[in-house]
Design a protein around this ligand. Structure first.
Ligand code: SF4
Length: 114
């Protein structure tokens, strides 16, 4: 199964917040339903989507929804220092913020240590 097929299917599912019916997905992607089933299985196995049984016009199908990614909190840290924007109540002018510049400097130092 080409990664491109998986990516396209995942994108189609992610771009619809309410989810996509599997019976519509293969039409959207211009592929046959068997290939679509294989793609859906791979996305399920990778934990990227979830599937809920539905009926459309009395026929069983599945609603496919993208799973939310868990945020990586480490991206907000420079060493042990939390990004200054978290909880900041200053009037924000990003280009002039010395707090942010200092934190980014610290981040660059921490990255250089790796
Ligand atoms: S850039 Fe500076 S002023 Fe703006 S939110 Fe972040 S810390 Fe606060």
């Amino acid at each position: 199964m080409a990664m491109k097929d998986l990516d396209e299917a995942l994108e189609a599912i992610q771009s619809s917040p309410g989810g996509v019916l599997q019976s519509d997905l293969w039409k959207l992607l211009g592929i046959d339903s068997r290939k679509c089933s294989r793609i859906v299985k791979q996305l399920l196995d990778k934990g990227l989507i979830e599937r809920v049984e539905q009926k459309k016009d009395g026929v069983k199908t599945f609603l496919l929804k993208a799973k939310r990614k868990v945020a990586d909190a480490s991206l907000l840290l420079a060493g042990e220092e939390l990004a200054p924007c978290i909880g900041c109540d200053r009037e924000c002018v990003v280009e002039e913020c010395t707090l942010l510049v200092d934190w980014m400097y610290r981040l660059a130092i921490e990255e250089a240590k790796k």
